[in-house]
Design a protein around this ligand. Structure first.
Ligand code: ATP
Ligand code: MG
Length: 208
């Protein structure tokens, strides 16, 4: 199992990891800034329940492909595939909030997205990344959505979500008007106790 019969030391593992750093990667369709601000303004009341951890406005996005941990040295090639698969800038419509899972305690709240354009873009990006060996396509169908809040754990160290007493209601009119999304981004997600931070690694402007 181990090369010389001994498990590697902590130092050896750390050395190996620094030679082979990995990043948690995903590709997303970015929302226009004023739409993100609109969601943030709505969420101040709609997501005020203390059990909820609202997503910061700058982090709101539509995930197209979640790659998981990949070697950092692949980033350039992954970004190239994402660039090749840039399609026309899609129109998106936001729908009223939905919870996941639908029964039992909610873990997150999201705004489902109506957008044939985003579905086309997702299919192309997923296919390109899969063909290049960077991505394993999901079994379940693509669910385009914007996650707006995650439910905090019930207690410290618990994996069970807390009870949400006041779930978000419907979106105000005007927020579901169709909007065009002109940018696709490859992000690295840095997990932190306070929530993930997304660092843009490459951005593609979508034509049209
Ligand atoms: P946290 O996991 O700390 O709550 P997060 O979910 O925002 O934060 P990541 O887990 O790194 O951070 O996820 C980055 C993005 O990829 C998010 O939009 C997330 O919803 C999406 N994502 C994560 N895991 C998957 C998965 N298995 N399949 C599809 N999308 C995923
Ligand atoms: Mg997550």
């Amino acid at each position: 199992m181990f090369r010389d019969g001994y498990p590697p030391s902590v130092a050896a593992v750390a050395k190996e990891q620094s030679k082979n750093p990995r990043g948690r990667l995903f590709v997303a369709l970015d929302l226009p800034g004023d739409l993100r601000e609109g969601i943030a303004a709505w969420s101040r009341e709609a997501l005020a329940d203390p059990a909820l951890r609202p997503v910061a406005p700058e982090s709101l996005h539509i995930t197209l492909a979640f790659l998981g941990y990949r070697p950092e040295k692949e980033v350039e090639a992954i970004a190239a595939v994402v660039g090749e698969r840039a399609g026309p800038a899609p129109w998106v419509e936001l729908l009223d909030p939905e919870r996941r899972p639908p029964r039992g305690r909610a873990r997150l709240y999201a705004l489902p997205v109506l957008s044939p354009g985003a579905e086309g873009l997702q299919a192309g990006v997923a296919q390109g990344l899969a063909e290049a060996g960077f991505y394993e396509p999901e079994e379940r169908p693509f669910w385009p959505h914007v996650t707006v809040a995650r439910v905090r754990p019930e207690g410290r160290g618990s994996r069970r979500p807390a009870v949400v007493e006041k779930p978000p209601g419907k979106l105000p009119e005007g927020m579901s008007e169709a909007r065009i999304c002109r940018r696709m981004t490859l992000y690295r997600s840095e997990l932190q106790p306070t929530g993930a931070r997304y660092v843009p690694l490459a951005q593609v402007k979508l034509p049209g």
